[in-house]
Ligand binder design. Structure first.
Ligand code: COA
Length: 331
Protein backbone atom coordinates (compact mmCIF):
# COMPACT_ATOMS: atom_id res chain seq x y z
CA UNK A 1 0.00 0.00 0.00
CA UNK A 2 1.38 3.42 -0.91
CA UNK A 3 1.58 6.28 1.55
CA UNK A 4 0.75 10.01 1.45
CA UNK A 5 2.98 13.03 2.04
CA UNK A 6 2.57 16.77 2.39
CA UNK A 7 3.65 18.42 -0.87
CA UNK A 8 2.53 22.00 -0.13
CA UNK A 9 1.41 24.17 2.77
CA UNK A 10 -0.45 27.49 2.93
CA UNK A 11 -2.23 29.76 5.35
CA UNK A 12 -4.32 32.88 5.50
CA UNK A 13 -5.19 34.89 8.60
CA UNK A 14 -7.28 38.05 8.19
CA UNK A 15 -5.48 41.42 8.36
CA UNK A 16 -7.62 42.90 11.17
CA UNK A 17 -5.78 42.50 14.51
CA UNK A 18 -7.70 42.48 17.82
CA UNK A 19 -5.27 42.99 20.71
CA UNK A 20 -5.74 42.21 24.39
CA UNK A 21 -5.89 45.97 24.95
CA UNK A 22 -8.81 46.16 22.50
CA UNK A 23 -10.57 43.43 24.50
CA UNK A 24 -10.17 45.46 27.71
CA UNK A 25 -12.72 47.83 26.17
CA UNK A 26 -15.19 44.99 25.40
CA UNK A 27 -15.19 42.83 28.57
CA UNK A 28 -13.85 43.01 32.12
CA UNK A 29 -10.36 41.65 31.46
CA UNK A 30 -6.74 42.79 31.20
CA UNK A 31 -3.78 42.25 28.90
CA UNK A 32 -1.89 40.96 31.93
CA UNK A 33 -4.53 38.29 32.79
CA UNK A 34 -4.88 37.07 29.20
CA UNK A 35 -1.11 36.92 28.65
CA UNK A 36 -0.38 35.10 31.90
CA UNK A 37 -3.32 32.65 31.76
CA UNK A 38 -3.27 31.87 28.02
CA UNK A 39 -0.12 33.21 26.29
CA UNK A 40 -2.32 35.10 23.79
CA UNK A 41 -1.41 38.71 22.90
CA UNK A 42 -3.58 39.24 19.83
CA UNK A 43 -5.82 37.45 17.34
CA UNK A 44 -7.12 38.09 13.81
CA UNK A 45 -10.75 38.84 13.01
CA UNK A 46 -12.44 38.39 9.62
CA UNK A 47 -14.07 41.48 8.20
CA UNK A 48 -17.78 41.64 7.39
CA UNK A 49 -18.53 39.49 4.39
CA UNK A 50 -15.34 37.43 4.75
CA UNK A 51 -16.38 33.81 5.24
CA UNK A 52 -14.68 30.59 6.30
CA UNK A 53 -14.55 29.50 2.64
CA UNK A 54 -12.75 32.76 1.67
CA UNK A 55 -10.02 32.16 4.26
CA UNK A 56 -9.83 28.50 3.22
CA UNK A 57 -9.56 29.34 -0.49
CA UNK A 58 -6.70 31.78 0.14
CA UNK A 59 -4.79 29.17 2.18
CA UNK A 60 -5.54 26.52 -0.46
CA UNK A 61 -4.19 28.64 -3.34
CA UNK A 62 -0.92 29.13 -1.46
CA UNK A 63 -0.59 25.40 -0.71
CA UNK A 64 -1.27 24.52 -4.35
CA UNK A 65 1.31 27.04 -5.56
CA UNK A 66 3.94 25.54 -3.25
CA UNK A 67 3.04 22.04 -4.47
CA UNK A 68 3.37 23.20 -8.09
CA UNK A 69 -0.11 21.87 -8.83
CA UNK A 70 -3.21 23.31 -10.47
CA UNK A 71 -6.57 23.25 -8.66
CA UNK A 72 -7.80 20.91 -11.40
CA UNK A 73 -5.16 18.34 -10.29
CA UNK A 74 -7.04 17.82 -7.01
CA UNK A 75 -9.39 14.87 -6.80
CA UNK A 76 -10.39 15.38 -3.15
CA UNK A 77 -11.01 18.36 -0.86
CA UNK A 78 -11.63 17.85 2.86
CA UNK A 79 -12.28 20.88 5.06
CA UNK A 80 -12.24 20.64 8.85
CA UNK A 81 -14.42 23.39 10.30
CA UNK A 82 -16.99 24.15 12.99
CA UNK A 83 -17.89 27.45 11.36
CA UNK A 84 -18.91 26.60 7.78
CA UNK A 85 -20.41 29.50 5.82
CA UNK A 86 -23.75 27.73 6.11
CA UNK A 87 -25.16 24.34 7.10
CA UNK A 88 -25.12 23.21 3.46
CA UNK A 89 -23.73 23.11 0.85
CA UNK A 90 -20.48 22.19 2.57
CA UNK A 91 -17.67 24.68 3.00
CA UNK A 92 -15.50 22.28 0.98
CA UNK A 93 -17.83 22.54 -2.04
CA UNK A 94 -17.73 26.34 -1.80
CA UNK A 95 -13.93 26.22 -1.63
CA UNK A 96 -13.87 23.88 -4.61
CA UNK A 97 -15.86 26.42 -6.63
CA UNK A 98 -13.77 29.39 -5.45
CA UNK A 99 -10.45 27.81 -6.43
CA UNK A 100 -11.77 26.07 -9.54
CA UNK A 101 -11.01 22.49 -8.47
CA UNK A 102 -13.50 21.05 -10.92
CA UNK A 103 -12.22 17.45 -10.74
CA UNK A 104 -12.47 17.05 -6.97
CA UNK A 105 -14.98 15.45 -4.63
CA UNK A 106 -15.47 17.75 -1.64
CA UNK A 107 -16.69 17.31 1.93
CA UNK A 108 -16.52 18.87 5.39
CA UNK A 109 -15.42 17.16 8.57
CA UNK A 110 -16.82 18.35 11.90
CA UNK A 111 -14.51 17.39 14.77
CA UNK A 112 -14.14 20.59 16.81
CA UNK A 113 -10.57 21.84 17.07
CA UNK A 114 -9.41 18.40 15.88
CA UNK A 115 -11.00 19.05 12.47
CA UNK A 116 -7.71 19.38 10.60
CA UNK A 117 -6.18 16.13 11.87
CA UNK A 118 -9.47 14.30 11.26
CA UNK A 119 -9.63 15.75 7.71
CA UNK A 120 -5.98 14.77 7.19
CA UNK A 121 -6.88 11.20 8.13
CA UNK A 122 -9.69 11.06 5.55
CA UNK A 123 -7.42 12.34 2.76
CA UNK A 124 -4.43 10.23 3.82
CA UNK A 125 -6.50 7.05 3.76
CA UNK A 126 -8.04 7.97 0.38
CA UNK A 127 -4.52 8.24 -1.06
CA UNK A 128 -3.32 5.08 0.66
CA UNK A 129 -6.11 2.98 -0.82
CA UNK A 130 -5.66 4.48 -4.28
CA UNK A 131 -8.98 6.38 -4.37
CA UNK A 132 -7.18 9.73 -4.55
CA UNK A 133 -3.88 11.08 -5.88
CA UNK A 134 -3.79 14.72 -4.83
CA UNK A 135 -5.95 15.89 -1.93
CA UNK A 136 -6.42 19.31 -0.37
CA UNK A 137 -6.85 19.34 3.40
CA UNK A 138 -7.93 22.58 5.06
CA UNK A 139 -8.65 23.78 8.59
CA UNK A 140 -10.57 27.05 8.44
CA UNK A 141 -12.64 29.01 10.94
CA UNK A 142 -14.40 32.32 11.47
CA UNK A 143 -14.88 31.80 15.20
CA UNK A 144 -15.59 35.51 15.72
CA UNK A 145 -19.03 34.80 14.22
CA UNK A 146 -19.90 32.32 17.00
CA UNK A 147 -18.18 34.11 19.89
CA UNK A 148 -20.21 35.38 22.82
CA UNK A 149 -18.56 38.80 23.17
CA UNK A 150 -20.01 39.19 26.67
CA UNK A 151 -18.29 36.05 28.00
CA UNK A 152 -14.74 36.95 29.06
CA UNK A 153 -13.99 33.28 29.72
CA UNK A 154 -14.14 32.46 26.00
CA UNK A 155 -14.04 35.62 23.87
CA UNK A 156 -10.41 36.37 24.77
CA UNK A 157 -9.29 32.96 23.51
CA UNK A 158 -10.60 32.77 19.95
CA UNK A 159 -9.51 34.04 16.54
CA UNK A 160 -10.10 33.55 12.81
CA UNK A 161 -7.77 31.90 10.30
CA UNK A 162 -7.13 29.10 7.83
CA UNK A 163 -4.34 26.70 6.99
CA UNK A 164 -4.06 24.12 4.22
CA UNK A 165 -1.89 21.29 3.01
CA UNK A 166 -1.83 19.41 -0.27
CA UNK A 167 -1.24 15.67 0.08
CA UNK A 168 0.25 13.57 -2.68
CA UNK A 169 1.46 9.98 -3.05
CA UNK A 170 4.60 8.88 -1.20
CA UNK A 171 6.78 5.81 -0.83
CA UNK A 172 5.96 3.42 2.01
CA UNK A 173 7.63 4.50 5.30
CA UNK A 174 7.85 8.17 4.28
CA UNK A 175 5.33 10.97 4.61
CA UNK A 176 2.47 10.43 7.04
CA UNK A 177 3.57 7.46 9.12
CA UNK A 178 0.66 7.29 11.57
CA UNK A 179 -2.62 8.94 12.43
CA UNK A 180 -4.54 8.17 15.62
CA UNK A 181 -8.02 9.56 16.29
CA UNK A 182 -10.20 9.34 19.41
CA UNK A 183 -13.55 10.72 20.53
CA UNK A 184 -15.66 10.65 23.69
CA UNK A 185 -19.13 12.14 23.39
CA UNK A 186 -19.66 11.72 27.15
CA UNK A 187 -17.70 14.97 27.54
CA UNK A 188 -19.81 16.94 25.05
CA UNK A 189 -20.85 19.34 27.82
CA UNK A 190 -17.30 20.73 28.17
CA UNK A 191 -17.42 22.73 24.95
CA UNK A 192 -20.43 23.09 22.70
CA UNK A 193 -22.44 25.46 20.56
CA UNK A 194 -25.85 26.81 21.44
CA UNK A 195 -27.92 27.16 18.32
CA UNK A 196 -31.44 28.44 18.88
CA UNK A 197 -32.37 27.74 15.30
CA UNK A 198 -31.54 24.08 15.04
CA UNK A 199 -30.71 22.62 18.45
CA UNK A 200 -33.43 21.00 20.53
CA UNK A 201 -32.92 21.53 24.28
CA UNK A 202 -30.63 18.82 25.69
CA UNK A 203 -31.36 18.41 29.42
CA UNK A 204 -27.83 17.31 30.31
CA UNK A 205 -26.19 20.47 28.94
CA UNK A 206 -26.12 23.36 31.39
CA UNK A 207 -27.28 26.72 30.02
CA UNK A 208 -24.86 28.98 31.85
CA UNK A 209 -24.91 32.02 29.65
CA UNK A 210 -27.45 34.54 28.48
CA UNK A 211 -28.30 34.22 24.85
CA UNK A 212 -26.69 37.14 23.09
CA UNK A 213 -26.69 35.53 19.64
CA UNK A 214 -28.68 32.76 18.05
CA UNK A 215 -25.47 30.69 17.75
CA UNK A 216 -22.53 30.86 20.09
CA UNK A 217 -19.93 28.80 21.90
CA UNK A 218 -20.02 27.76 25.57
CA UNK A 219 -17.06 26.25 27.42
CA UNK A 220 -16.18 24.95 30.86
CA UNK A 221 -12.59 26.19 30.65
CA UNK A 222 -11.22 24.61 33.78
CA UNK A 223 -12.44 21.05 33.08
CA UNK A 224 -11.52 21.42 29.41
CA UNK A 225 -7.99 22.41 30.38
CA UNK A 226 -7.45 19.29 32.50
CA UNK A 227 -8.89 16.91 29.88
CA UNK A 228 -6.83 18.60 27.16
CA UNK A 229 -3.51 17.94 28.90
CA UNK A 230 -4.45 14.33 29.64
CA UNK A 231 -5.77 13.54 26.11
CA UNK A 232 -2.88 15.27 24.32
CA UNK A 233 -0.29 13.27 26.22
CA UNK A 234 -2.16 10.00 25.64
CA UNK A 235 -2.59 10.55 21.89
CA UNK A 236 0.97 11.83 21.41
CA UNK A 237 2.37 8.64 22.93
CA UNK A 238 -0.03 6.40 20.97
CA UNK A 239 0.82 8.15 17.69
CA UNK A 240 4.56 7.80 18.32
CA UNK A 241 4.19 4.16 19.28
CA UNK A 242 2.26 3.32 16.11
CA UNK A 243 4.97 4.96 13.97
CA UNK A 244 7.71 3.37 16.10
CA UNK A 245 9.32 6.76 16.69
CA UNK A 246 10.74 7.87 20.05
CA UNK A 247 10.17 11.28 21.64
CA UNK A 248 13.91 11.93 21.37
CA UNK A 249 13.75 11.45 17.57
CA UNK A 250 11.25 14.28 17.10
CA UNK A 251 12.44 17.40 15.28
CA UNK A 252 9.30 19.39 16.04
CA UNK A 253 5.90 19.10 17.69
CA UNK A 254 3.08 21.21 16.22
CA UNK A 255 0.30 21.11 18.82
CA UNK A 256 -3.19 22.59 18.68
CA UNK A 257 -2.90 26.10 20.06
CA UNK A 258 -5.59 26.52 22.74
CA UNK A 259 -3.59 27.76 25.71
CA UNK A 260 0.19 28.17 26.17
CA UNK A 261 -0.08 26.52 29.59
CA UNK A 262 -1.64 23.43 27.98
CA UNK A 263 1.19 23.32 25.41
CA UNK A 264 3.83 23.72 28.13
CA UNK A 265 2.23 21.00 30.26
CA UNK A 266 2.28 18.63 27.27
CA UNK A 267 5.94 19.42 26.56
CA UNK A 268 6.81 18.81 30.18
CA UNK A 269 4.97 15.47 30.31
CA UNK A 270 6.69 14.29 27.12
CA UNK A 271 10.08 15.59 28.29
CA UNK A 272 10.39 17.87 25.25
CA UNK A 273 12.61 20.97 25.27
CA UNK A 274 10.80 24.28 24.58
CA UNK A 275 12.53 24.81 21.22
CA UNK A 276 11.01 21.61 19.82
CA UNK A 277 7.44 22.83 20.30
CA UNK A 278 6.08 25.27 17.73
CA UNK A 279 3.96 28.05 19.23
CA UNK A 280 1.88 30.66 17.38
CA UNK A 281 -0.82 31.27 19.99
CA UNK A 282 0.54 34.70 20.93
CA UNK A 283 -0.32 36.01 17.43
CA UNK A 284 -3.51 34.19 16.51
CA UNK A 285 -5.16 32.79 19.67
CA UNK A 286 -7.18 29.61 19.26
CA UNK A 287 -8.37 29.34 15.64
CA UNK A 288 -9.76 25.82 16.22
CA UNK A 289 -9.10 23.52 13.25
CA UNK A 290 -6.79 26.13 11.67
CA UNK A 291 -4.13 26.27 14.40
CA UNK A 292 -2.07 23.26 13.27
CA UNK A 293 -1.94 23.95 9.50
CA UNK A 294 -1.25 27.65 10.14
CA UNK A 295 1.64 26.77 12.47
CA UNK A 296 2.90 24.04 10.12
CA UNK A 297 3.00 26.46 7.19
CA UNK A 298 4.85 29.02 9.30
CA UNK A 299 7.41 26.43 10.44
CA UNK A 300 7.80 25.23 6.84
CA UNK A 301 8.28 28.68 5.29
CA UNK A 302 10.70 29.77 8.02
CA UNK A 303 13.03 26.96 6.92
CA UNK A 304 12.68 24.96 10.12
CA UNK A 305 11.80 21.67 8.44
CA UNK A 306 14.38 19.44 6.75
CA UNK A 307 13.73 16.30 4.69
CA UNK A 308 13.20 13.24 6.91
CA UNK A 309 12.53 15.40 10.00
CA UNK A 310 10.00 13.70 12.25
CA UNK A 311 7.06 15.97 13.14
CA UNK A 312 4.29 15.25 15.59
CA UNK A 313 0.92 16.97 15.14
CA UNK A 314 -1.37 16.69 18.18
CA UNK A 315 -4.81 18.09 18.75
CA UNK A 316 -7.78 18.21 21.06
CA UNK A 317 -11.25 19.72 20.75
CA UNK A 318 -15.01 19.74 21.24
CA UNK A 319 -16.67 16.38 21.07
CA UNK A 320 -14.51 15.50 22.80
CA UNK A 321 -12.19 14.64 19.96
CA UNK A 322 -8.45 14.25 19.97
CA UNK A 323 -5.85 13.01 17.54
CA UNK A 324 -2.24 12.87 16.46
CA UNK A 325 -0.17 12.32 13.35
CA UNK A 326 3.50 11.45 12.90
CA UNK A 327 4.82 13.04 9.72
CA UNK A 328 8.13 12.06 8.19
CA UNK A 329 8.81 15.32 6.37
CA UNK A 330 9.42 14.25 2.82
CA UNK A 331 8.63 17.48 0.97
N1 COA B 1 -10.07 38.11 32.26
C1 COA B 1 -9.99 38.23 33.60
N2 COA B 1 -10.44 37.30 34.47
C2 COA B 1 -10.98 36.18 33.92
C3 COA B 1 -11.09 35.99 32.55
C4 COA B 1 -10.62 37.02 31.71
N3 COA B 1 -10.68 36.94 30.37
N4 COA B 1 -11.67 34.80 32.30
C5 COA B 1 -11.92 34.25 33.52
N5 COA B 1 -11.50 35.10 34.49
C6 COA B 1 -11.59 34.92 35.94
C7 COA B 1 -12.70 33.98 36.35
O1 COA B 1 -13.93 34.67 36.41
C8 COA B 1 -12.22 33.53 37.70
O2 COA B 1 -12.49 34.52 38.64
P1 COA B 1 -12.89 34.15 40.16
O3 COA B 1 -11.68 33.43 40.71
O4 COA B 1 -13.15 35.48 40.77
O5 COA B 1 -14.09 33.27 40.04
C9 COA B 1 -10.69 33.47 37.54
O6 COA B 1 -10.39 34.29 36.38
C10 COA B 1 -10.16 32.08 37.30
O7 COA B 1 -10.99 31.46 36.33
P2 COA B 1 -10.68 30.06 35.74
O8 COA B 1 -11.71 29.70 34.72
O9 COA B 1 -10.47 29.09 36.90
O10 COA B 1 -9.28 30.36 35.04
P3 COA B 1 -8.30 29.40 34.36
O11 COA B 1 -6.96 29.54 34.94
O12 COA B 1 -8.85 28.01 34.22
O13 COA B 1 -8.20 30.01 32.89
C11 COA B 1 -9.03 29.54 30.70
C12 COA B 1 -9.36 30.08 32.09
C13 COA B 1 -10.30 29.56 29.89
C14 COA B 1 -7.98 30.43 30.09
C15 COA B 1 -8.50 28.10 30.85
O14 COA B 1 -9.36 27.35 31.68
C16 COA B 1 -8.36 27.39 29.55
O15 COA B 1 -7.58 27.78 28.70
N6 COA B 1 -9.07 26.28 29.38
C17 COA B 1 -8.95 25.43 28.23
C18 COA B 1 -9.44 26.13 27.01
C19 COA B 1 -9.34 25.29 25.82
O16 COA B 1 -8.43 24.55 25.65
N7 COA B 1 -10.31 25.44 24.96
C20 COA B 1 -10.36 24.93 23.68
C21 COA B 1 -10.27 23.49 23.59
S1 COA B 1 -10.04 23.14 21.91
Amino acid sequence: MQNSKIVGTGSYCPELVLTNKDLERIVDTSDDWITKRTGIKERRIAKDGQFTSDLAAAAAREALAMAGLKASDLDLIVVGTVTPDRQFPSCACTVQHKIGANNAAAMDVSAGCSGFVYALSVAHNAIRCGASKYALVVGSEVLSAVTNWQDRGTCVLLGDGAGAVVLGPAEKDTGIRSIKLKSDGAFGDLLYSVDDNITRPVPSLPERHNHTKPFYLVMDGNRTFKKAVQCLEEIALATLEEAKVGVDELALVVPHQANLRIINALAQRLGLPEEKVYVTIQKYGNTSSATIPVALHEANTSGLLRPRDKLLLVTFGAGLTWGGSLVDWAA
